[in-house]
Design a protein around this ligand. Structure first.
Ligand SMILES: [Zn+2]
Length: 179
């Protein structure tokens, strides 16, 4: 599965997979983003959550409805701004020793390096043409991330059974209410 999707989905209905710095450390170790000797601190955890929610906002925009205003989207309105602040401090570098050249994390500090690597994943997905298929569920109460493998790139919900149905039920309730 795509690493961005896994990272965004560390926030689950039954809890937060990045709830503590130990959990963040463990997640980064599991994904080979952090050397075994390194660990995240509380500030790192806060930044990782900013990064996650900022990425979620970007993935939600990849799944935006054609008419966007007004759209109560259930997202933190500051997520993008916070992500922009964060990215300014996490530089990427063009590695021309690999072929084709690619963006890689620049920071020396291990956790910064790990977070910058997750940002580089965005550039990699854009370059590969897969970025528009990385989406967050359109259901505001859900926002689960997924990779849209449908032929027409038209998948809207994480699951037709859960969120797709929720939307249909609301629509039929509105019709019955006559509004
Ligand atoms: Zn959903």
């Amino acid at each position: 599965m795509h690493r961005i999707v896994e990272f965004v989905n560390t926030r689950r209905a039954n809890g937060d997979g990045l709830g503590t710095r130990e959990q963040l450390t463990s997640w980064l170790h599991t994904h080979n983003l952090l050397p075994p000797s390194a660990a995240a601190d509380a500030d790192d955890r806060e930044r990782a959550v900013w990064l996650r929610e900022g990425l979620r906002a970007l993935l939600a925009e990849n799944n935006a409805e054609p008419v966007t205003s007004p759209r109560p989207d259930g997202l933190d309105p500051t997520a993008r701004t916070q992500l922009a602040t964060l990215t300014a401090a996490l530089p990427l570098r063009l590695d021309v020793t690999s072929m084709p050249p690619r963006l890689v994390a620049q920071p020396r500090e291990p956790v910064d390096h790990a977070l910058a690597t997750l940002l580089a994943d965005v550039a990699t997905a854009v370059a590969a043409g897969t970025w528009p298929r990385l989406k967050a569920c359109r259901e505001p109460s859900c926002r689960w991330a997924f990779y849209d493998q449908s032929r027409n790139h038209g998948r809207t919900w994480c699951s037709m059974n859960v969120c797709g149905n929720r939307v249909k039920v609301r629509a039929s309730q509105r019709r019955r209410a006559g509004s």
